[in-house]
Design a protein around this ligand. Structure first.
Ligand SMILES: Nc1nc2c(ncn2[C@@H]2O[C@H](COP(=O)(O)OP(=O)(O)OP(=O)(O)O)[C@@H](O)[C@H]2O)c(=O)[nH]1
Length: 268
């Protein structure tokens, strides 16, 4: 099919350059193959207009070769038995960028860059169906209020960021580590039994106590802090992530009650 393109400035062409060229030239390879069939289908269907937008992202090919997300509104009219098509192609790169950003912000904790509570629950619920081992731990900074009160809120924030870096550096790619809220963090360890989970938590607790990491405080002086951790393993057939977290929380409570800077395991 020859195009009657009037203007394709957003794809890098002037009207003179593109008028009469095959419209496939403006499509990415992925859509080129199916283009002819799609047009035929649309021509035969009773539908008179269609809109393709970011829900089923379509990409146009810019003259310089880059792909640009576009929205295409296509409609047809019957002119004395001849079907004519009109397509309006709109560059939606800015809109797509904004939507991607908003989507990312909705699932990310701003301070640490970790997944937030909602994202953690969504991701872990997806792996809850598997029958393999799954353990979680809840981690809480000890006397964090005192850190804020003694050094200021900014330093408190820095402690939270540092903690998330240390925990992320020691976690595996399949682990899900997230900010649960405030000074509480949570980890899901797929394929890990309770003894292994306890060892992972104990290792992290000890690394933090011994300050085995690089500091970047303003005056170079480390701020000593410790954490308490509660660990629980999914019992057989347990499918409710909140029940599992509740048991980890009870273990955490016990760790706090029995002196802090400890790892406690849920007995069930
Ligand atoms: N700097 C900073 N502080 C926070 C943030 N979120 C929560 N907090 C503070 O964390 C503190 C938590 O205090 P508490 O719940 O009393 O717990 P704690 O002082 O850590 O005591 P224990 O948990 O019993 O060891 C509060 O003072 C909150 O204001 C944050 O994002 N940044």
């Amino acid at each position: 099919m020859r195009s009657g393109v009037r203007s394709a400035r957003n794809l890098g062409y002037s009207a003179d350059e593109i008028l009469g060229e095959p419209i496939e030239r403006l499509l990415s390879e992925k859509f080129r193959g199916n283009h002819h069939r799609n047009v035929q289908q649309f021509a035969r269907s009773p539908v008179r207009s269609r809109q393709m937008d970011e829900r089923n992202r379509v990409y146009g090919r810019h003259r310089d070769g880059t792909l640009i997300p576009v929205e295409i509104a296509i409609s047809k009219i019957n002119v004395s038995g001849l079907i004519e098509f009109t397509a309006v192609i709109r560059d939606i790169a800015d809109r797509v960028r904004l939507m991607d950003l908003l989507q990312k912000q909705a699932i990310t904790d701003e301070l640490t860059g970790l997944p937030n509570r909602r994202e953690f629950l969504d991701v872990v619920e997806a792996v809850m169906g598997a029958d393999a081992d799954l353990s979680v731990f809840l981690l809480d900074v000890d006397h964090f209020k005192k850190i804020n009160d003694s050094y200021g809120h900014d330093v408190g924030d820095e402690v939270l960021r540092l903690l998330s870096e240390v925990a992320m550096a020691s976690s595996r790619s399949e682990d899900i580590f997230a900010r649960w809220g405030g000074e509480e963090f949570i980890a899901a360890l797929p394929g890990v039994n309770i003894e292994q989970a306890k060892a992972v938590a104990e290792d992290l607790r000890a690394r933090i106590e011994q300050q085995e990491f690089q500091h970047h405080w303003r005056n170079g002086k480390p701020i000593p802090f410790t954490v308490s951790i509660g660990v629980a393993r999914r019992s057989s057939r347990e499918r409710n992530i909140l029940e599992l977290i509740k048991r980890a929380d009870q273990a955490l409570y016990k760790a706090k009650q029995t002196g802090r800077n400890r790892v406690e395991v849920d007995p069930s």
